[in-house]
Design a binder for this molecule. Structure first.
Ligand SMILES: [Zn+2]
Length: 60
């Protein structure tokens, strides 16, 4: 599922697919070119990034 927010009435509408024409059910605004919103954690997950380590151990 994907969702979009209407730029005119700010209604959030949902669809099974981002393909095809997307019309706001609330006000009739054409949302086909509106950006998709992240739906849940599965798409917004951010992996922790380790800071650079001090360097390779000295093998001498
Ligand atoms: Zn709308």
């Amino acid at each position: 599922m994907v969702r979009k927010k209407c730029s005119r009435c700010e209604n959030i509408s949902y669809s099974l697919s981002a393909k095809g024409r997307w019309i706001c059910p609330q006000c009739g605004e054409d949302l086909t070119d509106a950006p998709l919103l992240a739906l849940d954690r599965s798409t917004a997950r951010v992996l922790p990034v380790r800071s650079a380590e001090l360097g390779p151990p000295d093998l001498n």
